[in-house]
Ligand binder design. Structure first.
Ligand code: NAD
Length: 479
């Protein structure tokens, strides 16, 4: 079993207190790697390394030079795509083809922010006679990045790319379930020319390393992606130091299908957006709302696709892999038991592949029909390959249903009526609306984030750069 240390100031090192954690391979339950169990002392070292980078080489670079370094890292990531994607597939359990797509997305984030680094600029403002007033953007300083296990490569890329482009120095706390690709990425970034201390990675438990990062007095911004409960704890800890926080939380995102939609085009999106990454996607479409005239037709089309789905070992590239852990499998199975207990009807299920190893964390993809809108399966984020489908009659009813959960991350609308497309786009509560398409997790260039309990702040796209900077106003009196 390979052993990984923390990555601080360009040096791999064991946790200060010497603790370790063992990662499991969700495809077969075997032990995969040993990682450091970082604590407050390791976070302290990492934050100090980042502060030194800001007052050293990294902090002296121009925006153009930072962009050039990000470009080099992007190229290096693509050259090491085999290493990174195999680690990601083993660690998260995602099919290799998806893991490769995630690594390509990481490289694209770095490429996008490389190009954007020297294009963020301030303004001059009209003011009183005898004054010139201007605004400039400055980095926050040390940025903390708390990453979940579902898309380590992509989620690292989107927040780290923007943070480094703006001149911050980063401390990353990956999830304890899956962090190997991020540790490997740190090596690649430094070999490609990132100065020491600009990126530090501390692994460990959320309650130890994560909590220490969110409450550290010298961290100046936190980007958190994960669950509502943890996000609230992180925001509370950061508030004690008046540190700004970006929260990218969960969702219960609907796709709304009207009777005038192109159903054949919609069907693959309806299913894929629910089972991609075994449903462990924040922007997964876990609710399908269908106008009654075409309700049975859509169920039949989705069911036919469901019956062909297979879950198997990550490296065997089935439609979906295992879920990330035994704990996650138990949570999802708990929801399926609740559905059975409450007499909900399964419309269709996929299968677990015959060659799926014993000991793996496999869950059959499941479509459940006629779920009452207030039922827990229609309200709570299951974070597994389970979709619910329910009918509606009018546009008003569709809007009310779409907005009826605590979340507001993404919404898909399928209709051929142009006026309705825009009415719906305005009426639904979501950070992103897709009309006649649905991009679960996609769109490097597109600002992304939630409303309501799905969080606040925006990552991805050019917009994210402003979140990783602070605006300074300079007023000059010259008479
Ligand atoms: P989680 O909140 O349990 O963990 C996320 C991260 O927070 C991990 O790195 C964990 O170690 C850390 N953490 C845990 N306790 C902490 C604490 N007390 N202080 C600081 N850090 C702590 O979430 P998860 O189970 O890893 O991820 C699933 C959730 O993440 C889902 O709700 C999903 O929707 C959400 N998510 C959202 C997005 C998005 O972009 N909106 C993307 C991916 C996942």
């Amino acid at each position: 079993m390979r052993r990984y240390g923390n990555f601080i100031n360009n040096v791999r090192q064991d946790a200060v207190q010497g603790g370790v954690l063992i990662l499991q391979n969700p495809s077969d339950g075997s032990d995969l790697a040993v990682i450091a169990r970082g604590t407050e002392a390791d976070i302290d070292l990492a934050v100090n390394a980042a502060r030194n980078a800001l007052s050293g080489t990294w902090g002296q670079l121009t925006a153009t030079e930072r962009g050039r370094i990000l470009h080099k890292i992007s190229g290096a990531v693509l050259r090491e795509i085999d290493t990174l994607s195999e680690l990601e597939a083993h660690d998260v359990g995602k099919p290799l083809v998806q893991a490769r797509a995630d690594v390509v997305a990481l490289a694209r984030y770095l490429e996008f922010y490389a190009g954007a680094a020297d294009k963020v600029h301030g303004d001059t403002l009209p003011y009183q006679n005898g004054f010139t007033v201007l605004t400039v953007f400055e980095p926050h300083g040390v940025t903390g990045h708390i990453i979940p296990w579902n898309y380590p490569m992509q989620i690292l890329g989107r927040s780290l790319g923007a943070a480094l482009a703006m001149g911050n120095a980063a401390v990353v706390k990956p999830a304890e379930e899956a962090c190997l690709s991020i540790l490997e990425f740190a090596r690649i970034a430094f070999e490609a020319g990132l100065p020491a201390g600009a990126l530090n990675v501390v692994t460990g438990l959320g309650a130890e390393a994560g909590a220490a990062l969110s409450s550290h007095a010298h961290v100046n911004h936190i980007s958190f992606t994960g669950s509502l409960q943890t996000g609230a704890a992180v925001q509370t800890a950061a508030a004690k130091n008046a540190v700004p926080v970006t929260l990218e939380l969960g969702g219960k995102s609907p796709q709304i299908v009207f009777a005038d939609a192109d159903i054949e085009r919609a069907l693959p999106f309806l299913v894929n957006a629910g089972i991609q990454n075994a449903g462990q996607t924040c922007s997964a479409s876990s609710r399908i709302l269908v106008q009654r005239e075409i309700y049975e037709q859509v169920i039949a089309g989705m069911s036919e696709r469901y019956r062909r789905l297979q879950a198997g070992a990550a490296l065997n590239d089935y439609d979906l892999g295992p879920v990330v852990s035994r704990r996650q499998k138990m949570i999802i199975e708990g929801y399926l038991q609740l559905a059975e207990q409450d007499g909900l009807q399964i419309a269709a299920q996929g299968a677990i592949a015959e060659d799926a190893p014993q000991g793996g964390c496999y869950v059959r993809p499941t479509l459940i029909r006629d779920v009452p809108p207030q039922h827990r399966l229609a309200q709570e984020e299951i974070f597994g390959p389970v979709q619910v489908i329910m009918p509606f009659d009018t546009e008003e009813e569709a809007v009310a249903l779409a907005n009826s959960t605590p979340y507001g991350l993404v919404c898909g609308v399928w209709t051929g009526d142009g006026a309705r497309q825009l009415r719906m786009a305005h009426a639904v509560q979501a950070g992103q609306v897709f009309i006649n398409n649905y991009g679960a997790g996609g769109g490097i260039e597109l600002p992304f984030g939630g409303v309501k309990r799905s969080g606040h702040g925006r990552e991805k796209g050019f917009e994210a750069l402003y979140g990783f900077a602070t605006m300074k106003t300079i007023s000059v009196f010259h008479g």
